[in-house]
Design a binder for this molecule. Sequence first.
Ligand code: GLY
Length: 370
Amino acid sequence: MSQRINILYNRKPCYDIVITKGFEELENELVTLDVTEKKLCIITDSKVGPIYSENLKQVLTSLASKVSVFTMPAGEAYKTLDTVKNIYEFLIHEKFGRKDMLIALGGGVVGDITGYVAATFLRGIDFIQIPTTLLSQNDSSIGGKTGVDFDGYKNMVGAFKMPRLVYMNLNTLNTLDDRQFFSGFAEVMKHGLIKDDKFYIWLIENMYEICERDLDILEEMIVKSCNIKKAVVEKDPTEQGDRALLNFGHTIGHAIEKYKNFQLTHGECISLGAVAAAYISWKRGMISMEDYYEIRDMYVPFYLPISIDGINPEEILTLTKSDKKAQSGTIKFILLKRIGKAVIDDTVTDEEILAAIKEIYFDEEENLSE
Ligand code: GLY
């Protein structure tokens, strides 16, 4: 049985998230969206495309007027305006018009870039999301944030553009390698930590099933997680306030991502950033020492890092302050008032940030000489 969650935008029904275990229901969903007269372009990447795009193309060909496939190289390094330009050129070549539709088939990078093309091509065309990673199913495909990296800054250029549908086939999680799978878990944990202590406890209780990718447990987890994200984005769709809570772990996390030149996955950087943010919360007396260590150690069974070597803490601090989120001069740091309740704080000092970076810094040389 599939599950359906409707997302409101400005208090009106906007799009459905369909959570299911195959592609069989996609046909009906597209019939509802009335694609008969439309050209469809599947935008995918070199990792996901070879597994699913041919099958998907076959399903769609009988429904739409034409189906094209654009395959971009996989990886964050290609989330750029150059790739956007390549997609524009392809769509022009394929004679796409304003009534046609894009389909993002892949993880967060593919979803963000497809959404951005959909927001800007011919001043906006429809798109749907078919997220295939844990990260994109639980987080990035929902809420209409789209965009690309620019000049080394994450998501510096973008737009809010709501999809017409988010269709999740949970079986796609089985083709992820362990590193990709667990990377997505960092954003699942985030939802529990910032908004829902019961969900956080549920994650602890179901740790083994999640690690073994028990599909029923993953379904329950994704439904719970999507409902948390739904509540946040419906209240504040364009991040004027509370949506910034979803950036928990991202302030220092993005700096590490950039410093390491995207060699670590997004989720690995976010878990490091989350430990650092939880550390500041403890040092400010907002959460207890026990809570801090429990949060930190919760990442370990999910193969996510809680310390990092080969960094210069001062340089990470500088990068933290030059992140997009700090462009206006103050860093909006997300701290934990308790497990399940995050707050926005713009008073975190350089000293506090540096101490937190040093907390997650594993100095190899110092440890060897001991
Ligand atoms: N992934 C953060 C947000 O959607 O706001």
